[in-house]
Design a protein around this ligand. Structure first.
Ligand code: SAM
Length: 274
């Protein structure tokens, strides 16, 4: 890539004062951004779908790592600097203007890694979309996503912990999820109130005979009343208590004591019995 101006200059020149409404906290430290771009492994010649590039710090790191990037950004102010970056990259960056929750994802371009540093609500909504649904394997090869630390901990949580819940089961029943690195709040401009972390998720073969929808209904009921015994929390869900008994799980247990594999076994049995 040609010499690029420092990100601070790009921000000043294009008047990219961070917008609270758009959840903007920018990363400017190149070394940190390069470390994030290394989380998915080698990106040489790989495709990356980046959500929310902003002034383009992570985008630059992804391009430096050798990726071809398609990026979707809803803040129009960022489009000119991103177009300049696209030019400097020799055409390895394509920018889509729009809301990532509404645009068509570039799944047609073939397997792509996804990378994003997004506001909490948008990031979680997209995560749930990317991990959900019956179709598996998904179109993406991996997810490298920045979250506030507390959300990252919920994604990778183990049973028996207070962080363990629906998000952990969703992220782990047919994917491997790990906390790749913590990021101090002072790394962002402006700094958010809380600490952040990068989570990395890779799809795995889905367990056979389990419907994502049934598993989701099961965990929603179980964790909806997480302090209650399963015999209470699962009562409203047709077939759940029978399935629990069939797979030999004590209905006096609470949701947070069940492993991901146990949730999967109950959901599979519910599907068989339906
Ligand atoms: N990736 C940049 C970085 O690391 O410095 C910017 C991060 S900033 C936390 C989040 C970015 O996502 C902002 O540029 C914001 O405009 C963008 N954004 C927020 N909501 C979005 C949405 N629904 N669709 C696309 N981009 C969005």
């Amino acid at each position: 890539m040609k010499d690029l101006p420092p990100l601070r200059d790009v921000i000043a020149r294009h008047g990219l004062s961070a917008s609270k409404a758009l959840g903007q906290n920018f990363l400017l430290d190149e070394q940190l951004l390069d470390r994030i771009a290394r989380v998915p492994g080698s990106l040489e010649g790989a495709r990356v779908y980046e959500v929310g590039p902003g002034p383009g710090g992570l985008t630059r790191a992804l391009l430096r790592a050798g990726a071809d990037v398609v990026a979707v950004e809803r803040d129009r102010r960022c489009l000119v600097p991103l177009a300049e970056l696209g030019e400097a990259s020799g055409g390895r960056l394509r920018v889509i203007e729009g809301d990532a929750l509404e645009v068509d994802e570039p799944s047609e371009v073939g397997p792509a890694h996804i990378a994003a540093n997004l506001p909490y609500n948008v990031g979680t909504a997209l995560l749930v979309r990317w991990l959900g649904g019956e179709a598996w394997p998904p179109w993406w090869r991996s997810l490298t996503l920045m979250f506030q630390l507390e959300v990252a901990e919920r994604i990778v949580a183990a049973p028996g912990t207070s962080a363990y819940g629906r998000l952990a089961v969703l992220a782990q029943w047919r994917s491997a999820a790990r906390l790749a690195m913590k990021v101090h709040r002072s790394a962002f401009v402006p700094p958010p109130k809380v600490m952040s972390a990068v989570v990395h998720i890779e799809p795995r073969p889905a367990p056979e005979g389990v419907s994502a929808r049934t598993l989701e209904a099961l965990t929603a009921a179980a964790f909806g009343q997480r302090r209650k015994m399963l015999r209470q929390s699962l009562k409203p869900l047709p077939g759940a208590l029978d399935a629990l008994a069939d797979v030999g799980i004590d209905s006096a247990r609470r949701a947070e004591t069940l492993s991901v594999a146990e949730f999967v076994a109950v959901a599979r049995r519910m599907g068989e019995a339906a």
